[in-house]
Design a protein around this ligand. Structure first.
Ligand code: F6P
Length: 466
Protein backbone atom coordinates (compact mmCIF):
# COMPACT_ATOMS: atom_id res chain seq x y z
CA UNK A 1 0.00 0.00 0.00
CA UNK A 2 1.42 3.45 -0.91
CA UNK A 3 2.04 5.71 2.13
CA UNK A 4 -0.62 8.14 0.85
CA UNK A 5 -3.28 5.39 0.91
CA UNK A 6 -2.78 4.46 4.53
CA UNK A 7 -5.89 4.71 6.75
CA UNK A 8 -5.62 5.70 10.40
CA UNK A 9 -7.84 4.80 13.34
CA UNK A 10 -6.99 8.00 15.29
CA UNK A 11 -6.84 11.33 13.49
CA UNK A 12 -6.07 14.67 15.13
CA UNK A 13 -6.79 17.76 13.11
CA UNK A 14 -5.79 21.29 14.06
CA UNK A 15 -4.98 24.42 12.13
CA UNK A 16 -1.27 23.82 12.70
CA UNK A 17 0.75 20.62 12.64
CA UNK A 18 2.58 19.79 15.89
CA UNK A 19 5.86 20.91 14.35
CA UNK A 20 7.61 24.10 13.32
CA UNK A 21 10.33 24.82 10.80
CA UNK A 22 13.69 25.77 12.23
CA UNK A 23 16.52 27.07 10.06
CA UNK A 24 20.16 26.47 10.80
CA UNK A 25 22.15 28.35 8.22
CA UNK A 26 20.76 27.20 4.88
CA UNK A 27 19.17 24.00 6.11
CA UNK A 28 15.71 23.78 7.57
CA UNK A 29 14.28 21.01 9.69
CA UNK A 30 11.01 20.27 11.41
CA UNK A 31 11.06 20.19 15.20
CA UNK A 32 8.13 19.50 17.57
CA UNK A 33 6.26 22.66 18.61
CA UNK A 34 6.30 23.59 22.26
CA UNK A 35 2.92 23.97 23.90
CA UNK A 36 0.13 22.20 25.69
CA UNK A 37 -1.58 20.44 22.83
CA UNK A 38 1.54 18.69 21.54
CA UNK A 39 2.50 17.54 25.06
CA UNK A 40 -1.04 16.43 25.76
CA UNK A 41 -1.23 14.29 22.66
CA UNK A 42 2.31 12.94 22.69
CA UNK A 43 1.39 9.84 24.76
CA UNK A 44 -1.46 8.92 22.41
CA UNK A 45 0.21 9.93 19.15
CA UNK A 46 3.97 9.63 19.27
CA UNK A 47 5.06 6.24 18.01
CA UNK A 48 1.44 5.12 17.58
CA UNK A 49 1.32 3.41 14.16
CA UNK A 50 -2.44 4.07 13.88
CA UNK A 51 -2.41 7.82 14.61
CA UNK A 52 -1.93 10.78 12.29
CA UNK A 53 -2.10 14.58 12.72
CA UNK A 54 -3.49 16.69 9.85
CA UNK A 55 -2.79 20.42 9.74
CA UNK A 56 -1.01 23.34 8.15
CA UNK A 57 2.79 23.57 8.19
CA UNK A 58 2.70 27.32 8.87
CA UNK A 59 4.20 27.95 5.43
CA UNK A 60 1.69 29.14 2.80
CA UNK A 61 1.65 27.37 -0.56
CA UNK A 62 1.10 23.85 -1.83
CA UNK A 63 1.17 21.14 0.85
CA UNK A 64 4.23 18.93 1.20
CA UNK A 65 4.23 15.13 1.36
CA UNK A 66 3.35 13.47 4.70
CA UNK A 67 6.33 13.20 7.05
CA UNK A 68 7.24 12.02 10.53
CA UNK A 69 8.82 14.08 13.33
CA UNK A 70 9.56 12.76 16.82
CA UNK A 71 7.15 9.87 16.32
CA UNK A 72 4.30 12.17 15.14
CA UNK A 73 2.91 11.23 11.72
CA UNK A 74 2.17 14.58 10.04
CA UNK A 75 -0.20 15.03 7.11
CA UNK A 76 0.09 18.59 5.73
CA UNK A 77 -3.02 20.48 4.57
CA UNK A 78 -2.21 23.31 2.16
CA UNK A 79 -3.22 26.92 2.78
CA UNK A 80 -2.40 29.41 0.03
CA UNK A 81 -1.08 32.93 0.60
CA UNK A 82 -4.50 34.37 -0.28
CA UNK A 83 -6.26 31.99 2.10
CA UNK A 84 -3.80 32.89 4.82
CA UNK A 85 -5.08 36.45 4.60
CA UNK A 86 -8.79 35.66 4.29
CA UNK A 87 -9.14 32.47 6.34
CA UNK A 88 -6.43 32.78 9.03
CA UNK A 89 -5.81 36.51 9.47
CA UNK A 90 -9.35 37.39 8.40
CA UNK A 91 -12.19 35.15 9.53
CA UNK A 92 -10.28 33.18 12.19
CA UNK A 93 -8.38 36.03 13.81
CA UNK A 94 -10.26 39.22 12.96
CA UNK A 95 -13.84 37.83 13.15
CA UNK A 96 -13.96 34.82 15.48
CA UNK A 97 -11.04 35.62 17.79
CA UNK A 98 -12.28 39.09 18.84
CA UNK A 99 -15.95 38.00 18.92
CA UNK A 100 -15.16 35.02 21.13
CA UNK A 101 -13.01 37.24 23.40
CA UNK A 102 -15.89 39.52 24.35
CA UNK A 103 -15.45 41.81 21.31
CA UNK A 104 -12.44 43.50 22.94
CA UNK A 105 -11.75 44.92 19.48
CA UNK A 106 -14.69 45.12 17.06
CA UNK A 107 -15.01 41.88 15.07
CA UNK A 108 -15.14 42.41 11.31
CA UNK A 109 -17.71 40.59 9.18
CA UNK A 110 -16.72 40.10 5.54
CA UNK A 111 -18.39 37.68 3.14
CA UNK A 112 -15.11 37.05 1.29
CA UNK A 113 -13.50 35.95 4.57
CA UNK A 114 -16.40 33.64 5.31
CA UNK A 115 -16.17 32.09 1.83
CA UNK A 116 -12.48 31.38 2.35
CA UNK A 117 -13.15 29.98 5.84
CA UNK A 118 -15.71 27.57 4.39
CA UNK A 119 -13.38 26.55 1.55
CA UNK A 120 -10.46 25.84 3.88
CA UNK A 121 -12.71 23.96 6.34
CA UNK A 122 -13.97 21.86 3.41
CA UNK A 123 -10.38 21.02 2.50
CA UNK A 124 -9.56 19.93 6.07
CA UNK A 125 -12.75 17.85 6.23
CA UNK A 126 -12.02 16.18 2.86
CA UNK A 127 -8.47 15.42 3.96
CA UNK A 128 -9.64 13.77 7.18
CA UNK A 129 -12.44 11.89 5.41
CA UNK A 130 -9.75 10.39 3.22
CA UNK A 131 -7.31 9.56 6.02
CA UNK A 132 -9.72 8.01 8.53
CA UNK A 133 -10.16 4.22 8.71
CA UNK A 134 -13.74 2.87 9.04
CA UNK A 135 -15.10 3.75 12.50
CA UNK A 136 -12.00 5.83 13.35
CA UNK A 137 -11.89 8.43 16.13
CA UNK A 138 -11.24 12.00 14.98
CA UNK A 139 -10.35 14.86 17.32
CA UNK A 140 -10.73 18.36 15.82
CA UNK A 141 -9.22 21.41 17.53
CA UNK A 142 -10.09 25.05 17.83
CA UNK A 143 -11.82 28.00 16.24
CA UNK A 144 -10.18 27.75 12.83
CA UNK A 145 -12.09 24.54 12.12
CA UNK A 146 -15.62 25.06 13.49
CA UNK A 147 -17.28 23.70 10.35
CA UNK A 148 -15.21 20.52 10.11
CA UNK A 149 -17.30 18.32 12.47
CA UNK A 150 -20.46 18.81 10.37
CA UNK A 151 -18.72 18.50 7.01
CA UNK A 152 -16.99 15.34 8.15
CA UNK A 153 -20.17 13.83 9.59
CA UNK A 154 -21.84 14.29 6.18
CA UNK A 155 -18.98 12.59 4.34
CA UNK A 156 -18.26 9.90 6.95
CA UNK A 157 -21.20 9.10 9.26
CA UNK A 158 -19.26 6.11 10.59
CA UNK A 159 -16.67 8.23 12.45
CA UNK A 160 -16.54 9.11 16.13
CA UNK A 161 -15.95 12.87 16.16
CA UNK A 162 -14.71 15.03 19.03
CA UNK A 163 -14.14 18.78 18.97
CA UNK A 164 -12.28 20.93 21.50
CA UNK A 165 -12.46 24.74 21.61
CA UNK A 166 -9.27 26.20 23.15
CA UNK A 167 -10.65 29.74 23.42
CA UNK A 168 -13.75 30.94 25.33
CA UNK A 169 -17.24 30.49 23.91
CA UNK A 170 -18.83 33.93 24.31
CA UNK A 171 -22.13 34.93 25.87
CA UNK A 172 -25.10 34.20 23.64
CA UNK A 173 -25.83 37.94 23.17
CA UNK A 174 -22.40 38.34 21.58
CA UNK A 175 -22.38 35.11 19.60
CA UNK A 176 -25.66 35.86 17.86
CA UNK A 177 -24.11 38.93 16.20
CA UNK A 178 -22.26 36.56 13.88
CA UNK A 179 -23.96 36.59 10.46
CA UNK A 180 -23.07 32.88 10.03
CA UNK A 181 -24.08 31.84 13.55
CA UNK A 182 -26.43 29.10 12.36
CA UNK A 183 -23.94 27.54 9.92
CA UNK A 184 -21.27 27.42 12.63
CA UNK A 185 -23.57 25.88 15.24
CA UNK A 186 -24.65 23.31 12.64
CA UNK A 187 -21.01 22.59 11.89
CA UNK A 188 -20.16 22.03 15.55
CA UNK A 189 -23.18 19.80 16.12
CA UNK A 190 -21.66 17.28 13.71
CA UNK A 191 -19.45 16.24 16.66
CA UNK A 192 -20.37 13.57 19.22
CA UNK A 193 -18.59 15.50 21.96
CA UNK A 194 -17.72 19.19 22.22
CA UNK A 195 -15.16 20.12 24.87
CA UNK A 196 -14.82 23.63 26.25
CA UNK A 197 -12.36 25.08 28.75
CA UNK A 198 -14.87 26.11 31.44
CA UNK A 199 -18.41 25.46 32.68
CA UNK A 200 -19.29 29.03 31.66
CA UNK A 201 -18.20 28.43 28.06
CA UNK A 202 -20.16 25.14 28.00
CA UNK A 203 -23.26 26.94 29.30
CA UNK A 204 -22.81 29.77 26.79
CA UNK A 205 -22.55 27.25 23.98
CA UNK A 206 -25.71 25.38 25.02
CA UNK A 207 -27.65 28.64 25.35
CA UNK A 208 -26.54 29.79 21.90
CA UNK A 209 -27.50 26.44 20.36
CA UNK A 210 -30.86 26.55 22.03
CA UNK A 211 -31.63 30.06 20.79
CA UNK A 212 -30.43 29.41 17.23
CA UNK A 213 -31.74 25.91 16.56
CA UNK A 214 -34.48 25.54 19.18
CA UNK A 215 -32.82 22.15 19.90
CA UNK A 216 -33.75 20.40 23.14
CA UNK A 217 -30.90 20.27 25.64
CA UNK A 218 -31.07 17.95 28.62
CA UNK A 219 -28.15 18.50 30.91
CA UNK A 220 -25.52 19.13 28.29
CA UNK A 221 -26.83 16.67 25.73
CA UNK A 222 -28.16 18.43 22.65
CA UNK A 223 -30.64 16.61 20.38
CA UNK A 224 -30.53 17.97 16.85
CA UNK A 225 -31.24 16.52 13.41
CA UNK A 226 -31.84 13.07 14.90
CA UNK A 227 -28.43 12.95 16.60
CA UNK A 228 -27.10 13.65 20.08
CA UNK A 229 -24.10 15.88 20.79
CA UNK A 230 -22.67 16.19 24.29
CA UNK A 231 -20.97 19.36 25.52
CA UNK A 232 -18.77 19.59 28.59
CA UNK A 233 -15.98 21.44 30.39
CA UNK A 234 -12.53 19.86 30.00
CA UNK A 235 -9.98 22.39 31.33
CA UNK A 236 -6.62 21.82 29.64
CA UNK A 237 -3.45 21.30 31.69
CA UNK A 238 0.30 21.46 31.09
CA UNK A 239 3.12 18.94 30.91
CA UNK A 240 3.79 19.30 34.64
CA UNK A 241 6.62 16.76 34.74
CA UNK A 242 8.55 18.53 32.02
CA UNK A 243 8.25 21.95 33.70
CA UNK A 244 9.17 20.49 37.11
CA UNK A 245 12.18 18.74 35.59
CA UNK A 246 13.34 22.00 34.02
CA UNK A 247 12.84 23.89 37.28
CA UNK A 248 15.10 21.34 39.01
CA UNK A 249 17.73 21.34 36.23
CA UNK A 250 21.03 22.83 37.49
CA UNK A 251 21.64 24.52 34.11
CA UNK A 252 18.24 26.26 34.26
CA UNK A 253 18.85 27.26 37.88
CA UNK A 254 22.25 28.68 36.98
CA UNK A 255 20.65 30.66 34.17
CA UNK A 256 18.02 31.94 36.62
CA UNK A 257 20.76 33.21 38.95
CA UNK A 258 22.50 34.84 36.00
CA UNK A 259 19.32 36.64 34.87
CA UNK A 260 18.67 37.82 38.42
CA UNK A 261 22.13 39.30 38.60
CA UNK A 262 21.75 40.94 35.18
CA UNK A 263 18.59 42.60 36.47
CA UNK A 264 20.60 44.13 39.35
CA UNK A 265 19.60 41.51 41.98
CA UNK A 266 16.36 43.31 42.86
CA UNK A 267 14.37 42.31 45.95
CA UNK A 268 11.20 41.87 43.87
CA UNK A 269 10.94 40.64 40.29
CA UNK A 270 7.54 41.00 38.63
CA UNK A 271 7.11 38.96 35.45
CA UNK A 272 4.70 38.84 32.52
CA UNK A 273 4.93 36.24 29.72
CA UNK A 274 2.40 36.48 26.91
CA UNK A 275 1.83 36.39 23.20
CA UNK A 276 1.59 40.06 22.23
CA UNK A 277 -2.19 40.05 22.00
CA UNK A 278 -4.80 42.65 22.98
CA UNK A 279 -6.63 40.04 25.04
CA UNK A 280 -3.69 39.60 27.45
CA UNK A 281 -3.98 42.90 29.34
CA UNK A 282 -0.24 43.70 29.09
CA UNK A 283 -0.93 47.43 28.99
CA UNK A 284 -3.14 47.11 32.08
CA UNK A 285 -0.30 45.74 34.23
CA UNK A 286 2.16 48.33 32.88
CA UNK A 287 -0.26 51.11 33.80
CA UNK A 288 -0.70 49.67 37.30
CA UNK A 289 3.08 49.36 37.72
CA UNK A 290 3.64 52.92 36.53
CA UNK A 291 1.08 54.31 38.98
CA UNK A 292 2.53 52.31 41.88
CA UNK A 293 5.98 53.77 41.13
CA UNK A 294 4.58 57.28 40.74
CA UNK A 295 2.74 57.01 44.07
CA UNK A 296 5.83 55.68 45.85
CA UNK A 297 4.08 52.41 46.71
CA UNK A 298 6.72 50.44 44.80
CA UNK A 299 10.29 51.63 44.40
CA UNK A 300 12.74 51.39 41.52
CA UNK A 301 15.40 50.67 44.14
CA UNK A 302 14.08 47.18 44.73
CA UNK A 303 11.55 46.31 41.97
CA UNK A 304 11.98 45.27 38.35
CA UNK A 305 9.31 44.24 35.90
CA UNK A 306 10.21 41.81 33.10
CA UNK A 307 7.75 41.53 30.22
CA UNK A 308 8.21 38.89 27.53
CA UNK A 309 5.87 39.57 24.61
CA UNK A 310 6.04 36.89 21.95
CA UNK A 311 5.45 38.31 18.44
CA UNK A 312 2.06 37.19 17.14
CA UNK A 313 -0.35 37.81 14.23
CA UNK A 314 1.30 41.11 13.35
CA UNK A 315 -0.80 41.49 10.17
CA UNK A 316 -4.14 41.25 12.02
CA UNK A 317 -6.19 44.28 13.09
CA UNK A 318 -5.55 45.27 16.68
CA UNK A 319 -2.11 43.65 17.06
CA UNK A 320 0.03 46.52 15.71
CA UNK A 321 -1.99 48.92 17.89
CA UNK A 322 -1.45 46.94 21.09
CA UNK A 323 2.25 46.63 20.29
CA UNK A 324 2.51 50.40 19.83
CA UNK A 325 0.66 51.02 23.08
CA UNK A 326 2.74 48.53 25.10
CA UNK A 327 6.02 49.81 23.71
CA UNK A 328 5.04 53.43 24.36
CA UNK A 329 4.23 52.55 27.94
CA UNK A 330 7.51 50.66 28.42
CA UNK A 331 9.35 53.74 27.09
CA UNK A 332 7.29 55.99 29.32
CA UNK A 333 7.96 54.01 32.52
CA UNK A 334 11.66 53.65 31.77
CA UNK A 335 11.96 57.29 30.69
CA UNK A 336 10.32 58.55 33.86
CA UNK A 337 11.54 56.08 36.47
CA UNK A 338 14.63 54.28 35.09
CA UNK A 339 18.14 54.96 36.28
CA UNK A 340 21.18 55.13 33.98
CA UNK A 341 22.11 51.55 33.08
CA UNK A 342 19.18 50.13 35.01
CA UNK A 343 15.77 50.17 33.30
CA UNK A 344 12.85 49.40 35.55
CA UNK A 345 10.97 47.49 32.83
CA UNK A 346 12.86 44.89 30.79
CA UNK A 347 10.82 44.25 27.67
CA UNK A 348 11.55 41.60 25.03
CA UNK A 349 9.43 41.35 21.90
CA UNK A 350 10.84 37.90 21.14
CA UNK A 351 9.78 34.35 21.69
CA UNK A 352 11.88 32.49 24.24
CA UNK A 353 12.63 28.78 24.59
CA UNK A 354 10.87 27.05 27.46
CA UNK A 355 14.19 26.63 29.36
CA UNK A 356 14.62 30.41 29.42
CA UNK A 357 11.00 30.93 30.50
CA UNK A 358 11.37 28.48 33.38
CA UNK A 359 14.56 30.29 34.46
CA UNK A 360 12.46 33.47 34.59
CA UNK A 361 9.63 31.77 36.48
CA UNK A 362 12.23 30.69 39.06
CA UNK A 363 13.23 34.28 39.84
CA UNK A 364 9.74 35.83 39.55
CA UNK A 365 8.45 36.79 42.99
CA UNK A 366 5.24 37.99 41.40
CA UNK A 367 3.75 36.55 38.22
CA UNK A 368 1.36 38.92 36.45
CA UNK A 369 -1.32 37.17 34.39
CA UNK A 370 -3.89 39.89 33.69
CA UNK A 371 -5.88 39.02 30.53
CA UNK A 372 -9.17 40.75 29.82
CA UNK A 373 -10.35 37.36 28.55
CA UNK A 374 -8.50 34.08 28.07
CA UNK A 375 -9.70 30.53 27.37
CA UNK A 376 -7.29 29.00 29.92
CA UNK A 377 -3.81 30.63 30.20
CA UNK A 378 -1.13 28.00 30.52
CA UNK A 379 1.55 30.49 31.62
CA UNK A 380 -0.22 30.71 35.00
CA UNK A 381 0.01 26.93 35.34
CA UNK A 382 3.65 26.82 34.17
CA UNK A 383 4.60 29.38 36.80
CA UNK A 384 2.96 27.32 39.54
CA UNK A 385 4.68 24.15 38.31
CA UNK A 386 8.04 25.99 38.47
CA UNK A 387 7.77 26.83 42.19
CA UNK A 388 8.74 23.67 44.11
CA UNK A 389 9.59 25.70 47.22
CA UNK A 390 5.99 27.02 47.30
CA UNK A 391 7.09 30.66 47.17
CA UNK A 392 5.86 33.31 44.73
CA UNK A 393 2.56 35.07 44.19
CA UNK A 394 0.39 34.54 41.14
CA UNK A 395 -1.69 37.63 40.36
CA UNK A 396 -4.38 36.18 38.10
CA UNK A 397 -7.25 37.71 36.16
CA UNK A 398 -10.70 36.39 37.02
CA UNK A 399 -11.41 36.34 33.30
CA UNK A 400 -9.07 33.46 32.51
CA UNK A 401 -10.11 29.82 32.46
CA UNK A 402 -7.20 29.15 34.86
CA UNK A 403 -8.92 31.25 37.55
CA UNK A 404 -11.65 28.60 37.78
CA UNK A 405 -9.06 26.10 39.00
CA UNK A 406 -6.38 28.23 40.71
CA UNK A 407 -8.74 29.62 43.32
CA UNK A 408 -5.96 30.51 45.77
CA UNK A 409 -4.19 32.86 43.35
CA UNK A 410 -4.51 36.61 43.96
CA UNK A 411 -7.58 36.96 41.77
CA UNK A 412 -8.01 40.39 40.21
CA UNK A 413 -10.39 42.19 37.87
CA UNK A 414 -8.13 43.69 35.17
CA UNK A 415 -10.67 46.47 34.55
CA UNK A 416 -10.27 47.60 38.17
CA UNK A 417 -6.88 49.30 38.15
CA UNK A 418 -6.98 50.19 41.87
CA UNK A 419 -7.75 46.57 42.76
CA UNK A 420 -4.87 45.37 40.57
CA UNK A 421 -2.50 47.91 42.14
CA UNK A 422 -3.46 46.84 45.65
CA UNK A 423 -2.88 43.18 44.75
CA UNK A 424 0.54 43.97 43.25
CA UNK A 425 1.56 46.11 46.21
CA UNK A 426 0.41 43.52 48.74
CA UNK A 427 2.23 40.78 46.82
CA UNK A 428 5.46 42.82 46.84
CA UNK A 429 5.20 43.33 50.62
CA UNK A 430 4.27 39.75 51.49
CA UNK A 431 7.05 37.74 53.18
CA UNK A 432 7.92 34.77 50.90
CA UNK A 433 6.89 32.18 53.53
CA UNK A 434 3.32 33.57 53.62
CA UNK A 435 2.76 32.56 49.99
CA UNK A 436 3.21 28.89 50.95
CA UNK A 437 -0.33 27.64 51.59
CA UNK A 438 -1.82 29.30 48.48
CA UNK A 439 0.98 28.04 46.24
CA UNK A 440 0.84 24.53 47.69
CA UNK A 441 -2.89 24.30 46.89
CA UNK A 442 -2.31 25.53 43.34
CA UNK A 443 0.51 23.07 42.83
CA UNK A 444 -1.77 20.22 43.81
CA UNK A 445 -4.36 21.39 41.27
CA UNK A 446 -1.79 21.73 38.47
CA UNK A 447 -0.31 18.31 39.23
CA UNK A 448 -3.69 16.61 39.27
CA UNK A 449 -4.88 18.04 35.95
CA UNK A 450 -1.99 17.62 33.53
CA UNK A 451 -2.17 17.94 29.76
CA UNK A 452 -2.01 14.16 29.49
CA UNK A 453 -4.90 13.64 31.94
CA UNK A 454 -6.93 16.21 30.01
CA UNK A 455 -6.49 14.25 26.76
CA UNK A 456 -7.36 10.98 28.50
CA UNK A 457 -10.49 12.42 30.08
CA UNK A 458 -11.70 13.86 26.77
CA UNK A 459 -10.96 10.73 24.77
CA UNK A 460 -12.52 8.43 27.39
CA UNK A 461 -15.70 10.46 27.31
CA UNK A 462 -15.66 10.51 23.50
CA UNK A 463 -15.32 6.72 23.40
CA UNK A 464 -18.30 6.46 25.77
CA UNK A 465 -20.56 8.59 23.51
CA UNK A 466 -23.45 6.53 22.15
O1 F6P B 1 -5.16 30.19 22.21
C1 F6P B 1 -5.58 29.70 20.98
C2 F6P B 1 -4.43 29.36 20.08
O2 F6P B 1 -4.88 28.83 18.86
C3 F6P B 1 -3.48 28.38 20.73
O3 F6P B 1 -3.93 27.06 20.60
C4 F6P B 1 -2.20 28.69 20.03
O4 F6P B 1 -1.08 28.31 20.76
C5 F6P B 1 -2.25 30.20 19.91
O5 F6P B 1 -3.63 30.50 19.80
C6 F6P B 1 -1.36 30.73 18.79
O6 F6P B 1 -2.05 30.96 17.65
P1 F6P B 1 -1.49 31.11 16.18
O7 F6P B 1 -1.66 29.78 15.52
O8 F6P B 1 -2.35 32.15 15.57
O9 F6P B 1 -0.06 31.52 16.24
Amino acid sequence: MAAGDQKWSFVVVANRLPVRRVWEGDTAQWVPSPGGLVSALRPVMSGNPDAVWAGWTGVPGPGTEPFEVDGFQCHPVSVSQGELQLFYEGFSNATLWPLFHDALVPPEYHRTWWDAYRTVNQRYAATVADLAAPGATVWIHDYHLLLVPGLLREARPDLRIGFFLHIPFPARELYIRLPWRAEIVDGLLGADLIGLQTQLSADNFCRAVNRITGAKTTGRVIQHNGRATQAGAFPIGIDTDRISRLAADPAVQARAAEIHQTLGSPRTVLLGVDRLDYTKGIEVRLRAFRELLAEGRLSVDDCVLVQIAEPSRSQVTGYAEVRREVEQMVGDVNGNFGVMGRPVVHYLHQSQPIEELVAMYLIADIMLVTPLRDGMNLVAKEYVASRPDNTGVLVLSEFTGAAQELRTAELINPHDIEGLKSAMEAAARRPPAEAGPAMRTMRRVVRSNTAQRWAERFLDRLEACE
